[in-house]
Design a protein around this ligand. Structure first.
Ligand code: IPE
Ligand code: IPE
Ligand code: MG
Length: 259
């Protein structure tokens, strides 16, 4: 943690939590055991993020494409999600963490949705950190849904198509409610985005680590942030060292954040 400069933290960190299945299989366990261990990493990293003072943490917990996995694995993931929500509710409240979700929540089992909506309601007034769980989420789906909504409003005469721009489009994307991503982390060595936050990561710094999600610790999070702090974020401009100016606090599209 001493490597991290607390005055220059990324505001919004997003994580593609990958490698649960491989972690389990390497030890001869069922994949679902990897998911159970992965949910412990979620607890650890949420706590560490709050302690550091991040504004927003977005976790890719279940993609729209993950429904294609075997039913038993999907069921296990839904149970773990429910357990997580039930067991973490009080701690989220105690630590001032607001819980929200992005993705097609209506596809989740009614039981899980009920618990989820309860915790969201109980934490909606909290503002120390926002934890967003991406559930049944796809970046392309999110953009297509937003485009459909904009087209619908334009067709109804409620919106002038000339007014659709980066700012107004960003305003209708649920993932942008907490602002653009500063640092995107992916575990397990895979070098891809897998349909995660496509819009909000436009100028995110990317950090890939071989570490599998169940073994990802606070120290790994600090390493990722320390690496982020070594980067020169230019947002299409020239190096800050060349101008003697500080880089902008956020990308130009950040102005599209709505509250
Ligand atoms: C990430 O781990 C968890 C989810 C996608 C739900 P995986 O289950 O993808 O693990 P690997 O990538 O197969 O090892
Ligand atoms: C991305 O991981 C989804 C989550 C972490 C929830 P996947 O394991 O589903 O992605 P691919 O299949 O390796 O691209
Ligand atoms: Mg995977």
């Amino acid at each position: 943690m001493s490597l991290v400069d607390l005055r220059a933290l990324p505001r919004h960190v997003a994580i593609i939590m990958d490698g649960n299945g491989r972690w389990a299989q390497r030890q001869g366990f069922l994949r679902t055991l990897g998911h159970r261990e992965g949910s412990e990493s979620v607890r650890r990293i949420v706590r560490a993020s709050r302690r550091l003072g991040l504004d927003a943490l977005t976790l890719y917990a279940f993609s729209e494409q993950n429904w294609e996995r075997p039913q038993l694995e999907v069921d296990a993931l839904m149970h773990l999600l429910e357990d997580f929500l039930v067991s973490e509710r009080d701690e989220l409240i105690e630590r001032g963490i607001r819980l929200r979700t992005i993705g097609r929540r209506h596809r989740l089992p009614a039981r899980v949705r009920g618990v989820l909506e309860g915790v969201m309601q109980d934490t909606e007034h909290l503002d120390r950190m926002t934890l967003t769980l991406a559930l049944s989420y796809g970046g392309q789906e999110e953009i297509a849904d937003a485009a459909r909504e904009i087209a619908r409003q334009a067709a109804a005469g409620a919106l002038d198509p000339e007014r659709v721009d980066v700012r107004s489009f960003g305003n209708v994307l649920p993932s942008m409610e907490v602002g653009p991503v500063d640092l995107l982390v992916r575990t397990s060595g895979e070098l891809r985005i897998s349909n995660f936050l496509l819009w909000a990561t436009a100028y995110a710094e990317l950090h890939f680590t071989e570490r599998l999600w169940p073994e990802f610790t606070e120290a790994d999070l600090y390493d990722a942030i320390a690496a982020y702090q070594m980067r020169d974020r230019r947002f299409g401009r020239i190096a800050s060292a060349a101008t003697g100016e500080r880089p902008p606090a956020a990308a130009p599209v950040a102005s599209g954040v709505h509250v």
